[in-house]
Design a protein around this ligand. Structure first.
Ligand code: AMP
Ligand code: MG
Length: 419
C-alpha cells in the first residue's frame, strides 16, 4: 500500500470517492428527540393542512353575500347568533343576515364563507352574557367569499412531499410532524465516530511534556468537529507509532463504531505508518493516500466494508482544514444526509494579498476579514500548515480551485466562513 503514497489525487476525485459513503442504518425515535436527526423516508402530507376552513383574523364569520354592499357610509347590520368556542365548533345554523363571532384559528361555521375583521365592525348591544347571542353588529367593510379564511389544503395540500428523505430535521419540521399527529419517526442512527491520535511524540493535554513531546491537540478538536457535524464522538486515546498496535486499535474501534478518524502517521517522514496499518482492512480498503491540496496533502482514506477510516494529516491546522473541507461532508453522508451544501455560510470579499498556487493543487487560505476603504477584505494569515495561530485567527477559508494558479491582490473571492 505504501506505493500509493505520493500518488496525489485531485481534490475533485477525493470528493467523488468520499461521496460514495453509504449511510448507517435507521431506528425509530420519538418526535421529542428527533431534532437534528436525519429522515430515512420522505414525509408526504397525509391530509390537507388545514383540514378545515379556519379564520385567520379575530372577527365575525359571515356570508359574504350579506355584506357585499357594506361600507363606512352604508353600514350593514347583522344579528350575532353565537360564537365559535376555541377547541369546539359552532353547532348551530347561521341564516342570511346572521353572523357568528370567531377568533383567529377558529373553525368556520358551515354556513359562513368569510370573516369580517373585528376592526371593521361595531357592536350594537345584546344579551351581554358573553356568548354574543342576541347582539347585533354593524359591518363597515365588504368582504369577498374566502376573505380572512384559510381554505383546506391552502397551507399544504395532501400528498405533498414536504420533507425529503435525507433531511436533517429542524424545529419547524417537528412542528409540521406534530401537526399531522406523527409521534415517531424513522431516522438514521447517530453515527458513532472514534477519534484516535498517533505519534510517539504525543502526550495527553493534561500532561507536562517531556523534552521532545508535544501535547495531543488533534483529538479534542476533531472530536468537537465530529460532534458539530451531528455525530457522536468517542475519544479513543493515543497510539504509539507501531503498525501492529495501530492496526489492533483500528480493528477494535471499527468493531464498535461507524467510522474511525485517526491523525498523524500519514506523512512521508513516518514511514507511511497509517497506510501500513490499514493495508489489511476488509475491502475495499485504502482508496487514496494523498490529495493534491494545501494544507492537508497527506490525507488518507480507506473503507472497511461500509465503514470509513480517515487518516488526517498530523499538523493541527491541516487536520482542522481537511476536516471541514472533506470529512464533514463525508460524515453528513454517513449520517444519511442527502447532498448538502458543504459551506453554508459564504461571504464575498477581496483578497488582501496576491496568492501564488500550483496548477492542479487546491489551496485553502486561512483569512481574516477586515472592512477598509469601503470594501471587505480577506487577508491571508501568515504561516503554513505548521502554524496553528493562523487557523485560530481566521474568520474563514478561501478555496483556490485546482485550475487557478495565481490570484492577484484585490481579486474577488468567496470566504467560506467559520460559524
Ligand atoms: P505525522 O503525520 O505523524 O508525521 O505528523 C506530522 C506533524 O504533526 C508532526 O509534527 C506531529 O508531531 C504533528 N502531530 C501529529 N499528530 C498530532 C496531534 N494529535 N496533536 C498535535 N500535533 C500532532
Ligand atoms: Mg506522527
Amino acid at each position: 500500500m505504501a506505493a500509493r503514497w505520493l500518488t496525489l489525487i485531485p481534490a475533485d476525485e477525493a470528493r467523488r470517492i468520499l461521496a460514495e459513503t453509504p449511510p448507517v442504518d435507521g431506528e425509530r425515535v420519538p418526535l421529542a428527540v428527533a431534532a437534528g436527526r436525519v429522515l430515512v423516508h420522505p414525509f408526504v402530507t397525509p391530509d390537507d393542512l388545514p383540514a378545515e376552513r379556519r379564520a385567520v383574523m379575530d372577527g365575525f364569520a359571515v356570508r359574504a353575500a350579506d355584506v357585499h354592499t357594506a361600507s363606512e357610509l352604508s353600514l350593514v347590520v347583522l344579528d350575532v347568533v353565537g360564537s365559535v368556542p376555541m377547541g369546539d365548533v359552532f353547532h348551530g345554523r347561521m341564516a342570511a343576515g346572521e353572523a357568528v363571532a370567531i377568533a383567529t384559528g377558529g373553525f368556520l361555521p358551515a354556513d359562513a364563507d368569510a370573516v369580517v375583521m373585528v376592526e371593521h365592525t361595531s357592536a350594537l348591544g345584546g344579551s351581554g352574557d358573553g356568548s354574543g347571542g342576541g347582539a347585533r353588529i354593524e359591518v363597515a367593510r365588504a368582504v369577498a367569499p374566502g376573505a380572512n379564511v384559510v381554505q383546506p389544503g391552502e397551507d399544504l395540500p395532501r400528498g405533498e412531499t414536504i420533507l425529503p428523505a435525507g433531511r436533517r430535521l429542524r424545529p419547524p419540521d417537528l412542528a409540521l410532524l406534530a401537526t399531522f399527529g406523527v409521534v415517531e419517526v424513522d431516522v438514521y442512527r447517530r453515527p458513532r465516530v472514534a477519534v484516535l491520535s498517533t505519534g510517539n511524540e504525543l502526550c495527553a493535554p493534561e500532561a507536562a511534556p517531556r523534552p521532545g513531546q508535544v501535547r495531543d491537540a488533534n483529538q479534542v478538536a476533531l472530536a468537537a468537529q465530529v460532534a458539530a457535524a451531528g455525530c457522536e464522538a468517542i475519544a479513543a486515546g493515543i497510539v504509539r507509532d507501531d503498525a501492529a498496535a495501530l492496526r489492533a486499535a483500528i480493528d477494535r474501534l471499527l468493531a464498535a463504531h461507524d467510522a474511525v478518524i485517526l491523525s498523524g502517521g500519514s506523512s512521508i517522514g513516518t514511514k507511511d505508518l497509517s497506510a501500513e496499518a490499514l493495508a489489511e482492512l476488509p475491502p475495499p480498503g485504502v482508496l487514496f493516500h494523498g490529495i493534491d491540496i494545501r494544507p492537508g496533502k497527506p490525507t488518507l482514506f480507506a473503507r472497511a466494508g461500509g465503514k470509513p477510516v480517515i487518516g488526517m494529516p498530523g499538523f493541527p491546522t491541516s487536520s482542522l482544514v481537511v476536516f471541514d473541507a472533506f470529512v464533514r461532508p463525508l460524515l453528513w453522508r454517513l449520517a444519511g444526509e442527502a447532498a448538502r451544501e458543504p459551506w453554508p455560510a459564504r461571504r464575498a470579499a477581496r483578497l488582501g494579498a496576491a496568492h501564488r498556487s500550483v496548477a492542479g493543487r487546491e489551496d485553502y487560505l486561512r483569512v481574516a476579514l477586515d472592512q477598509r476603504d469601503g470594501d471587505l477584505w480577506a487577508d491571508p494569515l501568515r504561516g503554513g500548515s505548521a502554524t496553528l495561530s493562523n487557523v485560530v485567527r481566521a474568520d474563514g477559508l478561501v478555496c483556490v480551485p485546482a485550475a487557478v494558479d495565481h490570484l492577484a491582490a484585490g481579486a474577488p473571492v468567496e470566504v467560506l466562513l467559520y460559524v
